[in-house]
Design a protein around this ligand. Sequence first.
Ligand code: GDP
Length: 194
Amino acid sequence: MKLKSIELVISAMSKTQYPHDELPEVAFVGRSNVGKSSAINTLLNRRSLARVSQNPGKTRTINFYKINEEFYFVDLPGYGYAKTAKTERQHWGTVMQEYFENSQDLRHIFLLLDIRHEPKEDDILMYKYAVHYNIPVTIIATKSDKISRGAFQKTFSMMRKKLDYHGEKILPISSLKKTGKDEIWNHIVNIFEQ
Ligand code: GDP
């Protein structure tokens, strides 16, 4: 994918702020600290695009990045942070529900899982949530530099089993080593060509 333009159009607090230009969207979601901002920056060849908008007061916003005037990357708020208060979690749920119920243009969800860890209860819930809304999901396994290549398949089998995931692929990415991005871009291009 040749990146001609990338623009953070809005850090939306509510649906009234979502873009209305009807371009297709792919969304990224995962636990806090899974490496989501890093993965988005890696895919977009930027050092700190995603992080910039993630300052503490804005962690519950939905960030819409317009790419090449053709589609959006939608950066959904992370979940599962151990110290998160109940009210915070409820707010996260409200934000997510509002997005899922109003996003006519959402084509695909990338669920990010740390390659080192078993999917946790909230990852499983997140996966079920996307399935419930009938949105196709692909798993991205982050921080792939943390385990050896030889261990990938075993880890992917474990992830599939734990989530009951029947998707075609699990795509590893290392934002540290900058590996895996071509495969993810190929996947994104395929999504939009369908
Ligand atoms: P987010 O909260 O999901 O947006 O996660 P971040 O992108 O902010 O990353 C969380 C932490 O994981 C940071 O300390 C990153 O440096 C680290 N991290 C992110 N991606 C990678 C990766 O591919 N490899 C390694 N080794 N560390 C990573």
